[in-house]
Design a protein. Structure first.
Length: 147
């Protein structure tokens, strides 16, 4: 009896090992099925959801999605285009949301007078959302408090 069970288990493991590589090939990243060293064209960004109204958040402390296009916005060590609308000095004129107080705290927990350096590159955390099919189906639902 135990022998039969172990033969059956080997059989199952065998199936799992052959099926997995097949599935792994069906799912592709946006740049395609390329090795890290291979050059690729950047994916086209042509279906950005851009209705200028903040989108509902899916979990507490989610960096909100960007509800507008950011194509061509300069964001490097010389200039931060996002701050021209989202800084405390400019948000009212631009009718944009001001950056929250958390963004002034540095990594040691000190409140800074200016934007903390670790929040400078906004797109590390904030991204515009695109109207595309999910790479992998899922049944994710936002927490109740945010629905
Ligand atoms: C020309 C002005 C302008 C620029 C530049 C700009 N934004 Fe915005 N942003 C807005 C406005 C207006 C809103 C919508 C505010 C509203 O309707 O409440 C907004 C909304 C947002 C929100 C949503 C806030 C929320 O509460 O959900 C995020 C996140 C955001 N922008 C990030 C960025 C980032 C990152 C950049 C730079 C890559 C950027 N924005 C550049 C004007 C701008
Ligand atoms: C390290 C990740 C990170 C970076 C970098 C970052 N943010 Fe955020 N941002 C968040 C998170 C998380 C939240 C939501 C929680 C909070 O308010 O702190 C948020 C919230 C916001 C909000 C909504 C504020 C509100 O009142 O609802 C705006 C607007 C925003 N960020 C703009 C920016 C801009 C502009 C930059 C670049 C100058 C930036 N963020 C950089 C993580 C980040």
């Amino acid at each position: 009896m135990t022998k039969q069970i172990s033969v059956f288990l080997f059989f199952l493991i065998g199936i799992a090992l052959t099926v997995q590589p097949l599935q792994a090939e069906e799912v592709q990243s946006l740049r395609g099925n390329l090795g890290l060293e291979a050059a690729s064209e950047p994916p086209t960004v042509n279906r950005v959801i851009t209705d200028d109204r903040p989108m509902t958040r899916d979990f507490v402390n989610q960096p909100p999605l960007i509800p507008h296009k950011i194509e061509g916005y300069q964001l490097d060590k010389n200039f931060n285009k996002c701050l021209s609308c989202h800084s405390w000095a400019n948000y009212q004129k631009a009718r944009a949301t001001k950056i929250p107080p958390t963004h002034f705290k540095d990594r040691d927990g000190n409140e800074r007078a200016n934007l903390s350096a670790n929040r400078y590159f906004c797109t590390q955390c904030h991204v515009p959302q695109q109207d595309v099919k999910p790479l992998i189906g899922n049944s994710f639902e936002p927490v109740k408090a945010l629905r």
